[in-house]
Design a protein around this ligand. Structure first.
Ligand code: ATP
Ligand code: TZP
Ligand code: MG
Ligand code: MG
Length: 266
């Protein structure tokens, strides 16, 4: 199958993506999902999250500005999604920055069967029990192979793991994609990691193979950033952010020509 065909399918089928996300990125995430052709909904109240998850194509759990009540809502939604086989994407924003974030991440991972984890290297290291330095919600620095870390996490949680940074690693422990698309201006706009987690969810709503869904989403997202930077890099992150949304709305299967994906299988 032409993987980038999925990009067109998302626009044709408009999958509903239920996001329980953070207050920083809510509007950007909704606009980014609309730009790629998905249908976003944000719903947080524990009285409704299970119902909303059941009618969605995919669910995103993002702990960026978590509270205990919100985590309860996430678990209710996650369990409802699990019962119906709806893919759940987990973004452990800032795991390791405070004990609360680390504990809540473990709780979610214990109670909900996650299909795809998407985080920076530090966040994935923390939830996997590896040592890494974390600075707020940013990656910080650490040693060791990101690919090995991603594979370890995939084995531990029995899911696909996406570690983003300059290069992105997507693996289920068997198939591994390294994606070299992207632009450093993505690091100057808050929420580009969070939006990517939701874009991955939109792709996973239509493609059962999580590694292929996430690999395509990450590459297409990086290509949109490259195109946006080509005309806005000299202006700055504000112009880039707007152009990036425009480029997400134009991405199509023809853009596969720009994909920089290296794949290995074990
Ligand atoms: P962090 O808090 O560490 O910035 P994040 O959750 O914002 O993490 P990122 O790792 O920044 O997530 O990933 C978001 C997007 O930015 C991805 O598409 C990734 O490929 C891209 N990206 C991140 N860093 C770079 C970089 N140095 N060069 C090019 N693209 C990058
Ligand atoms: N603080 C809490 S959540 C958040 C900030 C700045 C947004 C993080 O978004 P991303 O996508 O990880 O940059
Ligand atoms: Mg970032
Ligand atoms: Mg993040």
């Amino acid at each position: 199958m032409n993987l980038f065909q999925l990009v067109n399918e998302v626009r044709e089928k408009n999958p509903l993506v239920h996001n329980i996300t953070n207050v920083v990125v809510t509007n950007f995430t909704a606009n980014g999902l609309l730009a790629i052709g998905a249908s976003p909904v944000m719903a947080y109240a524990r009285e409704e999250t299970a119902n909303m998850a059941r009618i969605s194509g995919a669910l995103v759990l993002n702990i960026g500005t978590l509270s205990e009540t919100e985590v309860e809502s996430m678990i209710l939604a996650g369990k409802a999604a699990n019962e119906k086989g709806i893919p759940v994407v987990f973004d452990p924003v800032g795991a390791g920055a405070t004990p609360f974030r680390t504990e809540m991440s473990s709780k979610i991972l214990k109670e909900v069967k996650i299909s795809i984890i998407r985080g920076n290297a530090a966040e994935v290291a923390v939830i996997t029990g590896e040592k890494w330095e974390i600075k707020g919600v940013d990656a910080g620095s650490g040693d060791g192979s990101i690919v090995e870390l991603a594979k370890k996490a995939a084995g531990l949680f029995g899911c696909t793991v996406v570690i983003t940074g300059k290069d992105d690693v997507i693996t289920d422990g068997v198939t591994t994609h390294i994606v070299e698309n992207g632009h450093e201006l993505l690091t100057k706009v808050t929420g580009t990691g969070c939006l990517l987690s939701s874009v991955i969810a939109a792709f996973a709503a239509l493609e059962k193979d999580s590694v292929e869904a996430a690999g395509t989403a990450v590459s297409a997202y990086g290509i949109a950033a490259e195109k946006a930077a080509a005309t806005t890099a000299d202006k700055g992150p504000g112009s880039f952010q707007i152009e990036f949304l425009d480029q997400l709305s134009k991405i199509s299967k023809e853009d596969e020509a720009f994909a920089k994906i290296k794949t290995t299988k074990e």
